[in-house]
Design a protein around this ligand. Structure first.
Ligand code: C2E
Ligand code: CA
Ligand code: CA
Ligand code: CA
Length: 279
């Protein structure tokens, strides 16, 4: 093998250096982002399959970086999880989302559910439940319209503690969704052990359906199971009319995807909330 000198690292991997640099500055900038008003929320409608009526929106965080421009959440959320800043971001997202929900209701818009993503690190904080409680109180929302989306990473932690926390959250009156279902491995067990209200089926599932018949049966079985367990199902990533027909046909009651709407800034969402129906 060739000897690797320091120059070769620079010559052969300039991209990696840029990436490292970018990651480094982003880490630092993330600290400022919340205070400097660089974060914002977009909202993606979740509709009832039968009526195509909007029943919920998912709050999705956006970062408009002053130098780098728009940075997708997948990139900075994992950074924020690495440096612990996810807690500040998560607090901000929850507060903003609840404020928004309250705001819509005061405008006379029929109540819909606000679904908010919760990182495993955030959930793991001792203060998480009391924080949710205080946000509900401060914003004055009816907690039955607040839904927290958690992923399997949350559930793999200490069983007793997680179960206890979920119970406390349920006592506050909020609902719990298991997000990205099907991405991991042992998901079915969790359905049995934890008190989950909503199952959000990961968009990878629907992609698979186009490619092989077997995954059609798999998706059908998951929806049937969820229906039997009285879980609400949200199928994510519905992008085409045939996909929509398929998921409706297998009895999925709720749908989220680009076919109906991408995540929208508030001002673009409002008219849709007044209309209530998407088609
Ligand atoms: P997620 O929670 O699974 O959110 C759904 C993602 O799927 C969103 O991407 C949404 O734009 C995208 N999506 C919706 N419909 C379709 C579709 O029909 N086709 C395709 N290809 N994609 C669709 P987004 O907004 O880029 O967010 C990516 C991920 O970042 C989220 O995935 C979530 O894991 C994380 N995230 C976003 N906001 C927050 C937040 O406030 N807190 C935390 N902890 N994570 C967040
Ligand atoms: Ca989500
Ligand atoms: Ca998801
Ligand atoms: Ca996710």
């Amino acid at each position: 093998a060739k000897k690797k000198g320091i120059n070769q690292v620079v010559i052969y991997r300039p991209h990696a250096d840029v990436e490292t640099y970018k990651k480094f500055t982003l880490m630092t900038d993330l600290r400022k982002a919340v205070q400097e008003d660089e974060l914002l929320l977009h909202f993606q409608p979740i509709i009832q399959a039968k009526s195509q009526k909007i029943v919920a929106t998912e709050a999705l965080v956006r970062w408009n970086h002053p130098e780098w421009g728009y940075i997708p959440p997948n990139e900075f959320i994992s950074l924020a999880e690495e440096n612990g800043f996810i807690n500040a971001i998560g607090d901000w997202v929850l507060y903003k989302a609840c404020q928004q929900l309250k705001n819509w209701q005061s405008q006379g818009i029929d109540p819909i559910v606000m679904s908010v993503n919760v990182s495993a690190i955030q959930f793991d904080q001792d203060s998480f439940v009391s924080h949710v409680k205080s946000v509900i109180e401060e914003t004055g929302i009816d907690p039955k319209y607040l839904r927290l989306e958690i992923t399997e990473n949350v559930l793999v932690e200490d069983y007793v503690q997680v179960k206890e926390k979920l119970e406390q959250l349920k006592k506050l009156g909020v609902s719990i969704a298991l997000d990205d279902f099907g991405k991991g491995y042992s998901s079915l067990i969790y359905l049995q052990h934890f008190n989950i209200d909503v199952l959000k089926v990961d968009k990878l599932f629907l992609k698979e359906v186009e490619e092989n018949e077997k995954s059609k049966d798999l998706l059908r079985t998951i929806v049937e199971l969820a229906n039997k367990l009285s879980l609400e199902v949200v199928i994510e990533g519905v992008e085409s009319a045939p996909q929509f027909e398929f998921v409706k046909g297998i009895g999925a009651n709720h749908i989220q995807g680009f076919l109906f709407s991408k995540p929208l800034p508030e001002e673009e969402l409002i008219p849709k909330l007044y209309e209530k129906y998407l088609s």
